[in-house]
Design a protein around this ligand. Structure first.
Ligand SMILES: *Cc1c(COP(=O)(O)O)cnc(C)c1O
Length: 359
């Protein structure tokens, strides 16, 4: 039996995709072998990775002057790769909206001067700071954001005013959840294990002029975007199987109607949960309403023992991974693209019942 999996990541994938992968496990498309067993230089694999790239380009409407790279090392590896590839003046502006942004900021300090130009740490990252008129150093090489804050459940509804600087965004937990205007960014990247595929793959969408040989001297060959770009993500053996699953998820999203349809589906799901939180006498959302994420929904009862009881009873009822991140406590429901609407409806029904029994 499959459970409703509210994990923040690795997270739920479309059942259809998993079934298709199972069907192809022993013999992919008449090759007589699994995708896990084939050469990354084979004709069959070449088609898998090229089709995946084409499909994500279609979905996100990625302009020709952007490269799509399939990389390894998790989103965290890009915390270093970003400054290594972009810090020509050894200075960058970071907006600190949670732990992932903070980790990226700390990593960048190894390579140059990372300046925190805004932060929401004063209220436990429960909101997105006003980024319309920040004091960004003129010589900053880029402005960095974590667009959806997985742990705290906030999302940038408006991109910061970068005052002409390049925008770099970690979109790990909002990847392909709604349409984006790629032209507003210099670099968009994300680990795929939140919304797109199995852990281990990072997709980076990078404007071509930012991919150069002019990188910090300490940059390892593997972390130089130019190495990966010149080799169409096949400089070394890529995470072949993970990319194959991502490709299937792209096809699934296309079939569902693309990113506009995903957005409508995600808004509908999030509304069910937020409306309940706003009306509940027991449960409360923890985020400023205007900054609420469609993907990660943290909530509390205000009583730690009751929180623990809820998580335990929810698990027994088939709702898994509702415990909040260890740094914030409470609960968090991650309702990524592949979470069906019934999952959220049933969760809310369960929460109502729990509220009646415990008040
Ligand atoms: C999960 C997550 C990361 C870390 O991803 P890894 O692939 O484990 O390195 C980074 N940023 C955000 C926004 C995340 O949600």
């Amino acid at each position: 039996m499959r459970v409703y999996n509210f994990s923040a990541g690795p997270a739920v994938l479309p059942e259809e995709v998993l079934k298709e992968a199972a069907d192809e496990m022993l013999d992919y498309n008449g090759t007589g072998m699994s995708v896990m067993e084939m050469s990354h230089r084979s004709k069959a694999y070449d088609e898998i990775i090229k089709t995946a790239e084409k499909d994500i380009r279609d979905l996100m409407n990625i302009p020709d002057n952007y490269k799509v790279l399939f990389l390894q090392g998790g989103a965290s590896q890009q915390f270093a790769a970003v400054p290594m590839n972009l810090m020509k003046n050894k200075k960058a502006a970071y907006i600190i909206t949670g732990q992932w942004a903070k980790k990226a900021y700390q990593e960048a300090q190894i390579y140059g001067e990372a300046v925190a130009v805004a932060s929401s740490a004063d209220k436990t990252f429960s909101y997105i700071p006003d980024c319309s008129d920040l004091d960004i150093p003129d010589d900053a090489d880029y402005v960095y954001i974590c667009e959806n804050n997985t742990i705290y459940g906030t999302k940038f509804k408006n991109l910061p005013n970068t005052k002409g600087h390049i925008l770099v965004a970690d979109v790990s937990s909002c990847f392909l959840s709604e349409p984006v205007d790629v032209t507003k960014y210099g670099v968009i990247y994300g680990g795929v294990q939140k919304n797109v595929g199995p852990a281990g793959v990072v997709i980076a969408i990078i404007r071509e002029d930012l991919i150069t040989d002019d990188v910090l001297p300490c940059t390892p060959t593997m972390l130089k975007w130019k190495t990966q770009s010149d080799n169409d993500s096949l400089y070394n053996t890529p995470p072949c199987y993970g990319i194959y699953i991502c490709g299937k998820v792209f096809k699934w999203i296309k079939k569902m109607g693309g990113l506009e349809a995903m957005k409508a589906h995600n808004e509908k799901k999030a509304k069910i949960l937020y409306d309940f939180l706003d009306s509940s006498k027991l449960f409360k959302g923890t985020v400023a309403p205007e900054d609420r994420s469609l993907m990660n929904v943290p909530f509390v009862t205000g009583n730690e023992e009751l929180d623990a009881k809820f998580v335990k009873e929810a698990k027994a009822a088939g709702f898994e991974n509702l415990k909040g991140h260890r740094s914030v406590g409470g609960m968090r429901a991650s309702i990524y693209n592949a979470m069906p609407i019934e999952g959220v409806e049933k969760l809310v029904a369960f929460m109502k019942k729990f509220e009646e029994e415990n008040s």
